[in-house]
Design a protein. Structure first.
Lengths: 335, 287
């Protein structure tokens, strides 16, 4: 039971020079969509802020799953590490929001180092199980260390100072949302650089054929570990953003369910493109917002049916499906 | 001494209940190479059927077990035909996604029909009273579960190692195209193996309901436990699964008795330690 490189999910490498311009256009599109959300849904900015935080979780998962081919169901451990680190720092006196985000990123990166160090020892199924065991262990640890984390009650009472000393975090969540969008766009742009760099190419190479990469003289594990650390920093930033915007950190931020949901979001949008992570998060959260308000069990049935449908009909995610429909000339090209 | 004895009995019975449920998953993962995260969902379906049979139809406990197994297998056959058959040999991530999707659907649909409350399966009189062993008395249900576990282990060993079907199954697992060329109908072998695995999940779900109560999120809550146990034991190995279930059952029960405030902490710490040392599981086969 080895992890086979799923060749269908590997995005086409940028073949022409238009790639960079397309990335700039994509980043601008995300920024415009973020601004549109601000004006179109002024009453649900809290939900939209959560979308930006979870989009970072999905992005971090995409780095590991989509670019390194390491299947993990424990990504929430990194998200939660960032959230709790920012929350604990905030309670003990650090109230500057950008420093809190930095603390979250560092904590997430450290958690990523630990998690990658443990997970990369195993392969295939054992790796998947280790990721689950790690997130459950984080969950129990956060539950047990209730003097620091508030245990099952959650860590409440975060009072974050105003951004740059000027923009206070208001009741409508305007500041939090705009901060979230700006951070998301910045992270996305940075990650586009990372995945297009020689290091990102190396990760893709490892995903496709680790043995060949090793025989070319490169070290496989350190490269993957580096990606784990980057992924942890991104997830930790998302966690810190969630903590700052909701002013509470709950045990659910380090749960297996959140990890599974993040994977669902990523797969819904499409693996290995970075865009898919954001698109998937938006679709998932929108559906959840509407359907689970009616009946949480209908919501589960629907997510399940959606997952089965995606696996059968659109293995590249909805993003891949759209791309396939958009360019019918490439339809005949079977991977 | 009294505490140590009751911990030992509970640990053994819990380990056996885990074993009955997990061995089916071990078969599907080790022999058919499908990471079936929906395994617990089938145990849950069985639990709901058994609870309905005993409480609403008033059937006997034994009849309820048979009904639950038959019902679960009946549900699993079309799922195998239309969904699982597509993911045999697919990348792991695809299998994980598909089976998580099935789990979510099963949870949503069962709760739509049976309601979101905890379901009990009342035990018959002779199982709910204590049995005197001479020096201690033990709940009869615990002994019953242990006996069931032993019977399942022996029965499966016999089926796989000693029968014609076992030979076909092992041949199919080792090399499906060659087996097919030799006239073994691999699709049928897979379908039967899958049905056996689901039947065992159903049996374990009903018998183990005292340890793992049947509730709306059963499939999700214990999904991780089952998966972890199987990979610790080494997928596809009956003795491996048995050892893993007994060891992890003992760790979990002991920790719950002596340090209940730590929850599952020791269970997962033990899992990480074992998988760290044995990346293929205790008795896993190299693929």
């Amino acid at each position: 039971m080895q992890i086979e490189a799923d060749t269908r999910s590997i995005p086409a490498l940028p073949k022409h020079r238009g790639g960079a311009w397309r990335d700039v256009a994509g980043i601008l599109l995300i920024a415009v969509a973020g601004a549109a959300g601000y004006f179109l849904f002024p009453d649900s900015l809290a939900l939209l802020t959560r979308v930006t935080a979870l989009a970072m979780l999905a992005l971090s998962l995409d780095l590991v799953v989509g670019y390194c081919g390491v299947a993990t169901l424990g990504q929430a451990a990194l998200f939660g590490a960032g959230a709790y680190a920012a929350g604990i720092a905030c309670v003990s006196g650090v109230t500057e929001p950008l420093s809190l985000l930095l603390i979250g990123a560092v904590a997430g990166a450290a958690a990523g180092l630990v998690m990658g160090g443990i997970m990369l020892r195993a392969h295939g199924l054992a790796q998947l199980v280790l990721s689950i065991a790690i997130v459950q262990l984080f969950h129990e640890a956060a539950n047990k260390a209730s003097s620091y984390t508030g245990g099952s009650d959650g860590l409440a009472g975060l009072t974050v100072g105003p951004l740059f000393g000027i923009f206070a975090f208001d009741l409508w969540g305007r500041t939090a949302y705009l901060l979230g969008v700006v951070i998301l766009v910045a992270v996305f742009a940075a990650l586009k650089f990372v995945v297009a760099s020689p290091f990102g190419m190396m990760c893709r190479g490892i995903k496709e054929d680790p043995i060949r990469i090793r025989s070319m003289g490169a070290f496989v594990s350190p490269v993957l570990l580096k990606m784990f650390v980057i992924s942890g920093a991104v997830a930790g930033t998302g966690g810190a953003l969630a903590a700052i915007s909701t002013q509470v950190v709950g045990l659910d931020s380090v749960s297996f369910e959140l990890s599974a949901n993040a994977l669902v979001m990523l797969v819904l949008g499409g693996i290995g493109t970075l865009y898919g992570a954001i698109v998937g998060t938006i679709i998932f959260m929108a559906f959840e917002h509407v359907v689970s308000a009616i009946n949480p069990f209908h919501w589960m049935t629907m997510v399940g049916a959606l997952l089965i449908a995606v696996v059968i009909a659109a293995p590249r995610g909805l993003g891949g499906l759209v791309a396939r429909l958009w360019t019918p000339s490439r339809h005949g090209e079977r991977p | 001494m009294q505490t140590a004895f009751s911990i030992a009995i509970d640990a053994l019975a819990y380990g056996m209940a885990l074993f009955i449920i997990c061995i089916g998953l071990s078969l599907t993962m080790g022999l058919m190479r499908v990471v079936n995260l929906a395994h617990g969902a089938f145990a849950m379906i069985a639990g709901y059927i058994a609870s309905y049979a005993v409480r609403d139809l008033g059937t006997n406990y034994g009849v309820a077990i048979l009904l639950a197994m038959a019902g679960t297998i009946a549900v699993s056959i079309p799922l195998e035909r239309f969904l699982y058959r597509r993911i045999y040999g697919a990348p792991q991530l695809t299998q994980v996604l598909m089976t998580i999707g099935i789990t979510f659907c099963v949870i949503g649909i069962t709760n739509y029909f049976f309601g979101p409350t905890l379901k009990t399966i009342p035990l018959p009189g002779f199982l709910s009273q204590p049995v005197d062993l001479g020096f201690r008395s033990v709940a009869a249900h615990r002994l019953f579960v242990m006996a069931c576990g032993a019977v399942v282990a022996l029965g499966l060993w016999f089926l796989i190692e000693k029968t014609a079907f076992g030979i076909r199954l092992r041949a199919t697992v080792d090399n499906a195209p060659i087996s097919e060329a030799l006239g073994i109908r691999t699709q049928v072998v897979y379908a039967i193996a899958f049905a056996v695995a689901m039947g065992l999940a159903a049996f374990g779900g009903v018998v183990g309901a005292e340890f793992l109560p049947i509730e709306p999120y059963y499939a999700l809550r214990y999904m991780v436990t089952f998966l972890v146990v199987v990979s610790v034991g080494g997928a596809g190995s009956i003795p491996g699964a048995l050892i893993a279930c007994l060891v992890l059952g003992a760790v979990d029960t002991t920790a719950r008795y002596l340090m209940p405030e730590f929850g599952n902490f020791f269970f997962y710490a033990a899992v990480i330690a074992i998988v760290w040392v044995f990346p293929r599981g205790l008795l896993g086969r190299a693929h």
